[in-house]
Design a protein around this ligand. Sequence first.
Ligand code: PHE
Length: 497
Amino acid sequence: MEFGNNELIMLKAMLTNPMDDWTLESLFKETGWDDQVHIAGAGNVLSELGYVQINEKITIFIALGFEGKNSLDVGLLESRLWSWITDQNNDEQTLSNLLSADFTRKETGPGIGLLKGLGIEIIEGKFSYDNTEEISELIQQREDFIKLLANSRVKISDLDKNLVDHFSSRRGLINFEEVKSRSWKLTKKGIEVDASKFQETNLIGELTPEILQKESWKGAQFKPFDVSLPAPIPFGGRKHPMQSLIERIRSVFLEMGFSEIEGNFVQSAGWNMDALFIPQSHPARTMQDTFYLSEPETIDIDEKFLDLWSRVHEHGHDTGSKGWGGNFDINESRKSLLRTHTTVNTIRHIANNPDSPSRVFGIGRVFRQETIDRTHLPEFHQIEGIIHEPDASLPMLITTLKTFYSKMGYPDVRVRPAYFPYTEPSAEVDVMWRGEWLELGGSGIFRPEVTEPLGTEWPVCAWGMGLERLAMLILDLDDIRQLYQPDLEKLREMPLL
Ligand code: PHE
């Protein structure tokens, strides 16, 4: 350890107020430095030489978690439940009314626990309580606590301990964040030192071309380089984990001999649903589940297909099927919407190339009216693919999916029987993750009701899987929203894919 200019500057700075416990900010001010590396480095030398004592302090801050942020917009669950209860007439305040009110099942379960914690009991199916004011007061305190954290984290010591304890036992409401801070204080030896006895020497810390050319390095002193000292971590640019994952999936399919296809977000209900033999009365087709567009309101479809789908849906045409019966409405087919799955891309690909065998895949965004929560987003991505050739078969489908997932690092794959209106047989695909089977997508062989109108007689293996589900597995996340939160710190910590 060598006493150089930086050490002298820092020592002199500290001697301007020898008793002070110097923080980073106050040292920046006094030394004129703006990089904490100087202070860390000089501070270490001074401490090693016995002039300075370094103190490390850990401060715990509380910040809002996902649920906490969410409750800023919608209110805390207990507060919404309490408003609901107090809005009802006395004899309407029943559990069964609550269950049919506007709360999701995921809310009512924990919600009832929260109400109990507030002293609200359920007696013979009715909510019973006698301390209305106290309950409102308690809930208000909780709401105030959350609002306090709305804009920035707060030191734990500035917060009510009971409320911190309370919220820390609830999932996702608050996070604990540790912040390490250092301070520097002169020791007795430091206070008494005579700084004028130190000479200003120019220690060379970095060799530049100028120093080398002028030969001024001759006879100069070099600053020793200590590789064990802490230094800031340089963060280079990197791809967003979702982008890397998409690229990896793409290269796996390309490696397996597949070609990539794309399609538009805006599609007709005809191609998105009717072509897939999804009955026009299917609940997933309603406005609650699908985003229909007003501009354009309709999309033209080749009459040939409208005609074929009408027949197939009404009586099966010559597919051997009985169809769904009823009247097929071609105006329904022309409605425009945001595609709800990427299966629309693969069937359009077959319709355009009915006579050429193909193995294609696509990774694309799809849209569904979903309430955002831990496992749902209204926009997400699917990994879609087909094998369309004379010998396509179920074993071929299963082997393909197994190969894909094992190349992605998940060798244990199982398929279970499932149902989709457009495939027979249909299979759900699960992968083993940490001892559990997780559902990743659907697959099957397209029914003749789907393939015949497209103009092919070959079997088609088809699958559509969730990209975000896979990403959550790979990145070890338990909340789908974390994938799209622009949190640089978290993004930097995510593994390279
Ligand atoms: N389209 C289905 C979905 O969105 C997945 C699927 C694709 C199922 C192809 C069978 C065949 O979940």
